[in-house]
Design a protein around this ligand. Structure first.
Ligand SMILES: Cc1ncc(COP(=O)(O)O)c(C=O)c1O
Length: 409
């Protein structure tokens, strides 16, 4: 144990936040198991990704079968899992979204989407929400405003718009007036999360994305939806944008698509893909169109469909929400509960209590994640696996209740 943490201190790069002081030995379903025999309920689906829980038997079987048969290929070679997944993903989306590129991470999918948008429009400026998180590669990070901006310049041609609040239509008009004033006449794309997750589970009002899309199209910009966290049934529908009836020009999927394994996708229309191709679109990576994770993606779709996990997210989400509303009613320090389906935020206004509550939860066997949004208090992001049970939700709720109660006392 001692040597483990000494080795951590000596050899690991600290890449953000602090390391949880537990040695995780294994995981199964909704639980993590530590080396010293503790069981921890995972209320974040790993990094908001493992929507089928950990080591789902169907995923384990697929990985074992696929890796024994066909693991990885030259990037220009194709295999059935890749083409099957592209076709099946298109089948879950509006008719215009039918061209798919399979990649590895969320940042990479956004990088590809932005490169495609720049190439197709012949422009380079990018607009994103002021509390966005799109990833850590250069283009994605340039469109990320919630963290990690200071110290990594230069960044040029990127503009932020406010997350809608109050008179959001007037706010949006003003935001684009300012962008028009600053732009050098090269607006290429606007990239947004349909529900901002790292920004603190912020859901733009109905009608906002219709208005945003109009702003984009007036300027010849492409609208990119990043559904890294919200895609694949997490919020109770297959995609969060379904609520708004706004179909993006480009959609990116990642985290939930591989349900814990590194798989991402860029999806666009035949017209945009054709134009990109005509202009020499290049986004070649080591793991593009890799069969192993594509096979996992197909199994993820199988389980989501067969187990009707969209409906389950609605039902479990309502159950979770009732429990959280009850906690909020009994503890003044819970200042808001919000979200959709099984992506829920619990806001704790008093900053000094964030770490103690997180620590107490862990001590009692619950892993929670808090995002610190400047000026907005902190928000616990709760995103259990879609395969979780009502009993597991009850367990998590009771631990959270106890942690909040004992911390505020
Ligand atoms: C909405 C969103 N987009 C993109 C990313 C980046 O994904 P990755 O960390 O896989 O590069 C994240 C990661 O948190 C995210 O939440």
């Amino acid at each position: 144990m001692q040597t483990f943490w000494e080795d951590v201190d000596r050899h690991l790069v600290r890449y953000g936040g602090t390391f949880t002081r537990e040695i995780i030995d294994s995981a199964s379903g909704s639980f993590l198991f530590t080396e010293d025999g503790r069981r921890i309920l995972d209320f974040t689906s790993g990094q908001m990704s493992a929507i089928l829980g950990h080591s789902h038997p169907r995923i384990v079987a697929t990985v074992q079968r696929q890796i024994a048969n066909l693991d990885h290929l030259f990037s220009g070679m194709l295999s059935r899992p890749v083409v099957d997944l592209a076709r099946r993903l298109a089948g879950t989306l509006p008719a215009s979204l039918q061209k798919v590129q399979l990649l590895t991470t969320g940042a990479e999918s956004n990088e590809a989407a932005l490169r495609m948008a720049k190439l197709v429009t012949g422009k380079h400026e990018v607009v994103a929400f002021a509390r966005s998180w799109h990833g850590m590669t250069a283009g994605a990070a340039a469109a990320t405003y919630s963290a990690g901006r200071k110290g990594y310049g230069p960044v040029s041609g990127n503009f932020a718009i406010p997350v809608p609040s109050g008179d959001w239509l007037a706010q949006l008009d003003l935001a684009f007036d300012l962008i028009d004033a600053q732009s050098v006449g090269s607006l290429a794309a606007c990239i947004v999360e349909p529900i901002l997750s790292s920004g603190g589970i912020l859901e733009p009002p109905l009608g906002y994305f219709t208005a945003l899309q109009a702003k984009c199209h007036e300027r010849g910009m492409l609208l990119i939806f990043d559904e890294a966290q919200t895609g694949l049934c997490r919020t109770g529908t297959w995609y969060a944008f379904e609520r708004d009836g706004v179909v993006p020009d480009i959609l990116t999927l990642s985290k939930t698509l591989g349900a814990g394994l590194p798989l991402a996708a860029v999806v666009t229309s035949a017209e945009i893909e054709a134009e990109a191709h005509a202009r020499g679109y290049l986004f070649f990576t080591t793991h593009v169109s890799d069969p192993l994770v594509a096979a996992v993606g197909n199994t993820v779709l199988d389980v989501l469909v067969e187990d009707r996990l969209d409906e389950r997210a609605v039902k479990l989400g309502a159950h979770l929400r009732t429990g959280l509303d009850d906690i909020a009613a009994r503890h003044d320090l819970v200042t808001d509960v919000r979200g959709r389906g099984l992506l829920v935020g619990v806001e704790i206004g008093d900053e000094s209590l964030h770490t103690p509550i997180t620590r107490k939860c862990l001590e009692l066997g619950l892993h929670m994640n808090i995002v610190q949004t400047p000026g907005m208090g902190g928000v616990f992001r709760i995103a259990p696996a879609l395969t979780t049970t009502e009993e597991e939700l009850e367990l998590g709720l009771s631990i959270l209740d106890e942690a909040i109660g004992s911390t505020s006392a």
